[in-house]
Design a protein around this ligand. Structure first.
Ligand SMILES: C[S@@+](CC[C@H](N)C(=O)[O-])C[C@H]1O[C@@H](n2cnc3c(N)ncnc32)[C@H](O)[C@@H]1O
Length: 256
């Protein structure tokens, strides 16, 4: 039986391993909160967190906006199981298990028909798992869900365009050097975290569930910033662009 304390310990380790790749992860969360708070301009916005994983961004948004409703959507039974165990009783948080490549994720949110659209859709370090056609379909669905003036806010590492390989290599060098200065090389990385999870007796049930529903995330060519902006405009967003960045770590916003 997985306890809330155990789940929180695993999620502390999750946060540390994510910071192995993202030195500014907390700042990026804060910036996303700034955008959501300003665009929603109400204390109780409805927010959807796409590829929420174990709810790292969802709970930070709820800490900042305690009257918000945050719907965390993800397809990974392990990460959602940890989120349920750690934060299941958090007011305002709802967890939905669904693959975002299947259009049925929208009705799975359980928003009654005819209700005003959601205020914000957020995501961090997740949408690069989608191919360009999948991302286009997702953005169209998001445009349909958001109220006019609502925002889509995506934090992710996005290279600007496909025609700058040497600048991309330099950007990666700068990022790696920064990580070495901040996190250091001996931190637990993604693979080590997942290996530890697979060995943990208290997570055995979730490990089995994950094994039964694996997510394929082979993306031969990750969409660039230019692709994201174009897809957002094609989906019906009035404006789209970067509001914050450090290297290729960006917060991209689409305004409905
Ligand atoms: C690197 S994790 C980031 C999780 C969380 N947003 C964070 O910042 O800690 C990427 C997340 O995207 C989710 N994801 C990837 N492809 C997905 C899909 N097709 N449907 C739903 N979730 C997906 C994964 O399950 C994983 O939780």
């Amino acid at each position: 039986m997985l306890t809330s304390t155990q789940a929180r310990q695993w999620l502390d380790r999750w946060d540390r391993q994510q910071e192995f790749y993202l030195a500014d992860r907390e700042e990026r969360f804060t910036v996303i909160g700034d955008v959501v708070a300003a665009a929603a301009n109400r204390p109780d916005p409805v927010v959807v967190d796409l590829g929420a994983g174990p709810g790292s961004l969802s709970v930070r948004l709820l800490h900042r906006l305690p009257d918000a409703e945050v719907i965390a959507v993800d397809a990974d039974p392990m990460l959602l199981g940890l989120a349920r165990a750690a934060y299941g009783s958090t007011r305002g948080l709802r967890i939905v298990e669904h693959d975002l490549r299947d259009a049925a994720w929208v009705p799975a949110l359980g928003r009654p028909d005819g209700v005003e659209g959601v205020d914000a859709i957020v995501s961090t370090t997740a949408l690069h798992w989608l191919t360009e056609p999948e991302l286009g379909a997702l953005y169209r669905a998001c445009a349909g869900l958001l109220r006019p003036g609502g925002v889509l806010v995506d934090g992710d590492n996005l290279r600007e365009s496909a025609d700058r390989p040497r600048l991309d290599a330099l950007t990666k060098h700068v990022r790696d050097a920064r990580i070495e200065r901040t996190a250091g090389r001996d931190r637990e990385d993604w693979s080590a975290w997942w290996e530890a999870v697979a060995q943990a007796p208290e997570l055995a049930e979730l490990t089995d569930a994950r094994g039964a529903r694996p997510i394929d995330h082979t993306v031969p060519q990750e969409p660039t910033l230019d692709d994201h902006v174009r897809l957002l405009r094609e989906a019906g967003f009035a404006e789209a662009g970067t509001v914050w960045q450090c290297g290729d770590d960006r917060v991209l916003v689409g305004v409905r």
